[in-house]
Design a protein around this ligand. Structure first.
Ligand SMILES: NC(=O)C1=CN([C@@H]2O[C@H](COP(=O)(O)OP(=O)(O)OC[C@H]3O[C@@H](n4cnc5c(N)ncnc54)[C@H](OP(=O)(O)O)[C@@H]3O)[C@@H](O)[C@H]2O)C=CC1
Ligand SMILES: O=C(O)[C@@H]1CCC=N1
Length: 270
């Protein structure tokens, strides 16, 4: 059974990517094999029509995948990788793990293995993700193009030459959706405190974040200009922004949060 892709780990991130690839039509279900030990997650993957197996040993000998994509936790990834070394003749290896450097995969698979480190985020599930990639010198142009095309089904793809920046990338776009989800939670709670029914507060918070993000993405104006367009002199927005921006309060908080994530990514790579 030939397969284009073996996806190792189909939890939050693996499933989000797989769902994006399949729904875009860039990958057919019969071109993917998923390896996932957790029964419920394996069954969820199988509902998408892919072959879902409990361990690497169950993959047919003739699978010859073009890509092996690791979407398991950084804490276990280097124990998981060796079982996939047998696909080296056909495969390039892609890791989405936070922290784990390309050199660690070269150590496990050999210096001649093609390795791509990718930092996706969960909006990939609906084609709105941000994927940042960096590859070692063993990855040829054909494979780079193939991976870029596949990842583009999940959203925006950017390449960086300096792997050292991947910890910062992880802290901004990899973890970033969680910051935005928390912002929605906080705006909802604040709306409720101001007297709105919770469902109304949630709708207002969600649609406001969605609309503002879409406007910022589609407009030619800078976010700062768009902010000023909302802010009437001495009006309601100015009152709120004096709380958020006074003493650079939110900026300092975001800087601290991103630095905490970046430092944790560095730690996970050790
Ligand atoms: N979640 C996110 O938003 C993002 C995550 N990432 C990265 O993606 C990776 C996965 O994260 P996430 O999806 O959140 O984690 P999850 O725990 O949701 O998914 C990982 C899955 O891998 C399974 N697994 C464990 N061992 C193996 C194995 N030997 N073979 C196959 N599957 C195995 C786990 O099963 P079990 O639980 O039974 O061990 C689990 O179901 C991490 O490295 C993370 O850094 C990157 C960007 C964003
Ligand atoms: O929290 C984490 O470690 C992973 C990496 C980026 C998003 N989730």
């Amino acid at each position: 059974m030939a397969a284009k892709i073996v996806l190792v780990g189909c939890g939050n991130m693996g499933y989000a990517m797989l769902a994006g690839w399949l729904s875009s039509g860039k990958l057919a279900a019969n071109e993917a094999i998923v390896v996932e030990p957790t029964d419920t997650l394996r069954e969820r993957a199988a509902t998408l029509g892919v072959t879902a197996l409990p361990d690497a040993g169950a993959i047919p000998a003739d699978a010859a995948p073009r890509l092996v994509v690791f979407a398991v936790k950084p804490q276990v990834i280097l124990n998981v990788v060796p079982a996939y070394a047998r696909f080296k003749a056909s495969a390039t290896y892609v890791s989405v793990a936070a922290g784990t450097p390309i050199s660690a995969f070269e150590g496990a698979l050999g210096a001649d293995a093609g390795i791509i480190r990718c930092m996706p985020n969960t909006p990939a599930a609906i084609g709105k993700g941000m994927m940042v990639v960096v590859a070692n010198d063993n990855v040829g142009a054909d494979t780079s193009d193939f991976v870029r095309d596949l990842l583009s089904a999940s959203g925006e793809v950017a390449a960086i030459g300096d792997e050292g920046l991947m910890d910062a990338v992880t802290a901004v776009s990899g973890s970033g959706p969680a910051y935005v989800f928390h912002f929605i939670e906080c705006l909802t709670a604040a709306g409720e405190k101001a007297g709105l029914p919770v469902e109304t507060a949630k709708l207002l918070a969600m649609q406001t974040v969605y609309g503002a993000a879409a406007l910022a993405a589609e407009s030619r104006e800078e976010p700062g200009t768009l902010r000023q367009q909302v802010t009437s002199p001495n009006g309601t927005t100015a009152a709120a922004l004096s709380v958020l921006m006074g003493d650079d309060r939110l900026k300092m908080l975001m800087t601290e949060a991103v630095e905490a994530a970046r430092a944790r990514s560095v730690e996970l790579g050790k």
